[in-house]
Design a protein around this ligand. Structure first.
Ligand code: ADE
Length: 231
């Protein structure tokens, strides 16, 4: 079974509609919908926005459903000149840009305990996503995806995240889902279609493009799930 998590309804609703046999189990206020997506058993959920909801959802999914891997699908702001609206960011790894114990002498972004900054995504899954996106004639870049509890809309912050972590896209859940998967040894990948520039235009562009770009992420995720099963 593959787990699929989106932060917002618009990032998941199109996938739910593809299940001929959907069944819902509600846990901690989150609906977990199981069914068959293009021949593969899946469980999908709308986790809500931000790192706490994303972690709660990923951990519950792992404990309550037999997931072999988790895909986080949705939209992101670009942090790279190589990615424009409608292009696709694929995680090689994730970081949390708002994790900061640097006053204690740690490097910024360090997750104490496992003592890592960059958490690697599953490389086979990331390559499968890359192949799939290319076969759909969409531009994509594989790299670091940065997560934090902030909607990014300022040049200074955007540039700092890009320069500090080498990140290509910014969003609010992937790093948290990655951390939960890492400690549970569950393979994961983040697929994010670019909805805005994470800069001054983001507050206007996000609502204008979120629906269309989320739809593209859904199509990619469905194609990846289909291929994953075939492999
Ligand atoms: N998701 C989509 N756009 C975003 C942005 N600019 N900041 C954080 N998360 C996002």
């Amino acid at each position: 079974m593959i787990g699929i998590i989106g932060a917002m309804e618009v990032e998941i609703q199109g996938l739910k509609a593809m299940l001929p046999d959907a069944q819902t189990t509600t846990i901690s206020g989150i609906d977990f919908v199981t069914g068959t997506l293009r021949g593969t058993p899946v469980v999908m959920a709308v986790c809500g926005v931000g790192k706490v909801f994303a972690a709660l959802c990923a951990q519950t999914m792992i404990l309550r459903f037999p997931v072999q891997a988790i895909i986080n699908s949705g939209v992101a702001g670009t942090l790279s000149r190589e990615l424009g609206i409608g292009d696709v960011a694929i995680s090689s790894d994730v970081v949390q840009h708002d994790m900061d114990t640097s006053p204690l002498g740690d490097p910024v972004g360090l997750i104490s305990g496992p003592n890592v900054i960059h958490i690697p995504a599953n490389q086979e899954l990331a390559e499968l996503v890359e192949e799939t996106v290319k076969s759909m004639d969409r531009h994509c870049v594989k790299g670091t995806i940065a997560t934090g509890d902030q909607f990014l809309c300022q040049t200074e912050r955007k540039n700092w995240i890009h320069e500090t972590f080498g990140a290509i896209a910014g969003e609010m859940e992937g790093g948290s889902i990655g951390q939960v998967c890492y400690v549970n040894q569950i393979p994961f990948v983040i697929i994010r279609t670019i909805s805005d520039d994470a800069d001054g235009n983001a507050p206007a562009d996000f609502p204008a493009f979120v629906e269309k770009t989320a739809k593209a992420a859904i199509e990619i995720t469905a194609a990846v799930v289909e291929k994953y099963q075939a492999e």
